[in-house]
Design a protein around this ligand. Structure first.
Ligand code: FE
Ligand code: CA
Length: 541
């Protein structure tokens, strides 16, 4: 271990000594604060519920674009209340905590001892300011088989390329929870000529990341959706930097030591911005984000982290053949510890549905190289739009695969699918974000061998706003399906997916927004798919 890396880790150790859980003696009580403007501009959130506890979150911030949030460099006392009703006549729990400047005046309250499967309302007070009211819930007891879960999953909310119209639509649905699969912020510098503009330059320091999270969360549609129900969040790459892998930056001149310093800042700002349990509090450049939640015996949710522990993308990243480097058994997205944890959790799972909430596409989707379209037979027609012939499927060796996704880690993917099949995992479902497009994939040990049994189904949700308006991409889907029998659906508009889960059936509603570059976008149901419990493979409704 180098000197610099040791210094980073030591810095992490000193953060542990911060007054995170202040013991409230009257002597420590800070003076009441008067705010010049609303300190609850980032709203409220809740997250990571189990059957008897949950996290309530806020971050005091009176000036969104200032590194200190316009707050004094001192602890601020914050009172919280959780009640059965919206008017707070039946208060179930209340308390006070400290918002400390070392954590950006973020507040994470873990409320325990709550009844299972119940909705609550909560709010915060600081000085004479009162927060908006949030709704949250506990999950059903582990022994119960609930009749229904309805939740949405979302990802990729680039602030500059689109409005959060999809969250406005999501907020009108009757949802028990939301899973966010990453790219909750983007790290790039502010650019002119787009829908909105990032404040500041490319993110590097804790202050940079803090302000960026604050700018995103000051969006009223995003804040309102966080207040609406509990979220399970995980990150992808852009919470730190595009396509990073463990301590490896995309930028060739950045050393692992330098990058871990940046990662520590990014991870801390992420923790501060999200309704996470104390278990996820970063220790320097490390944070335990992968975790499990049980929705009774209906769903076992495994929230994964495929960035922090992964090996570097093979073949220099990008779209490459599934060659020996991509198949190298040493490649990992999960890392050994997370892989063992996941294997054990799946083996033990008593639930009807086993859900992997993760980042990058698991379907082995191959693309024909753009420069050299497959030679068409003399009698074959060539699609004018895609330049591809209908002369039959390309051989897998001719196709190119995304090395940042599971195809770059195909040995570990095969291990996972083999494990799911061998352990007779009841009903495995994979949820994915990252690629700013809706997909539905049936997953097999080899996705180019349709004669093999389907092992799991993958629902890939499009971005909330990243990439601008997009298009339905029907011609592209037809062309891709010729080479990729696993692909059942593709749409490149913005949107999200809402799932209704019962003991008998998993239903996925694919919502798309007709425009996000201007206000007034209309959200509609583009497609609906289901998987029947006890069977394998998706069906379009
Ligand atoms: Fe993204
Ligand atoms: Ca991503």
């Amino acid at each position: 271990m180098t000197h610099t890396r040791r210094a980073v880790l030591a810095a992490g150790a000193s953060w542990l000594a911060l007054p995170l859980l202040p013991a409230f003696g009257p002597r420590h009580r800070p003076a009441p604060v008067r705010f010049r403007s609303d300190p609850f501009r980032l709203g409220v959130a809740s997250g990571d519920p189990d059957h008897q506890s949950l996290v309530l979150w806020t971050r005091l911030c009176a000036e969104v674009l200032q590194p200190d949030g316009g707050l004094p460099n001192a602890p601020v006392e914050v009172a919280w209340e959780l009640a059965d009703d919206e008017r707070f006549t039946a208060v179930r729990a209340r308390g006070t905590t400290l918002a400390v400047p070392e954590l950006g005046h973020a507040v994470h309250v873990e409320v325990a001892g709550l009844p299972a499967d119940r909705w609550f309302h909560y709010r915060f007070r600081a000085g004479d300011a009162e927060s908006p009211i949030g709704r949250t819930r506990t999950l059903p007891a582990p022994t119960v088989l609930p009749e229904r879960l309805r939740f949405a999953f979302a990802s990729c909310q680039h602030y500059e390329t689109g409005l959060y119209t999809a969250y406005g639509h999501m907020a009108e649905q009757d949802l028990d929870l939301v899973c966010h699969l990453g790219d909750s912020i983007y790290e790039g510098k502010g650019r002119d000529g787009l829908v909105r503009k990032h404040h500041g330059g490319k993110l590097q320091t804790l202050h940079d990341y803090r302000v960026r999270h604050a700018q995103y969360r000051s969006d009223p549609l995003l804040a309102a959706m966080h207040a609406r129900c509990p979220w399970f969040v995980t990150w992808d790459d852009h919470e730190v930097e595009n396509n990073y892998a463990d301590d490896h930056s995309e930028r060739p001149n950045v050393t692992p030591e330098q990058f871990l310093q940046q990662r520590a800042a990014a991870y801390q700002a992420y923790y501060e911005a999200m309704p996470l349990r104390r278990a996820a509090l970063p220790k320097g450049p490390h944070s335990q984000l992968y975790r499990h939640a049980a929705y009774g015996r209906l769903v076992d949710l495994f929230v994964l982290d495929t960035r922090q522990y992964r090996t570097v993308q093979p073949n220099g990243d990008g779209r490459k053949p599934l060659n020996a480097a991509a198949r190298d058994p040493g490649n990992t997205l999960l890392g050994a510890a997370q892989r063992e944890w996941l294997a054990a959790g799946l083996r033990r799972s008593p639930a009807r549905w086993q859900v992997l909430a993760q980042q990058v596409m698991m379907g082995l989707v191959g693309h024909r190289p753009k420069a050299t379209p497959a030679p068409a037979k003399a009698d074959a027609k060539t699609d004018a739009k895609t330049g591809q012939s209908d002369a039959g499927p390309a051989h897998v060796d001719e196709l190119r695969f995304a090395m940042d996704q599971w195809p770059g880690y195909v040995h570990e993917r095969a291990w996972l699918l083999r494990h799911l099949a061998a352990q007779k995992t009841a009903n495995p479902i994979v949820l994915t974000g990252d690629i700013h497009s809706h997909w539905v994939n049936d997953l097999r040990l080899d996705d180019h061998a349709p004669q093999l049994p389907v092992v799991a189904s993958e629902f890939v949700g499009s971005s909330i706003s990243s990439g601008g308006d997009g298009e339905p991409a029907a011609a592209e889907l037809a062309a891709l399906q010729r080479d990729n029998p696993c692909v059942q659906f593709l749409n490149r508009q913005r949107g999200y997916v809402a799932c209704t889960v019962t003991p008998e059936r998993w239903t996925a509603d694919y919502f798309t927004v007709d425009q996000v570059t201007r206000p007034g976008g209309v959200t509609s149901l583009a497609a609906r798919f289901h998987v029947a419990a006890g069977q394998r493979g998706v069906h379009r409704d």
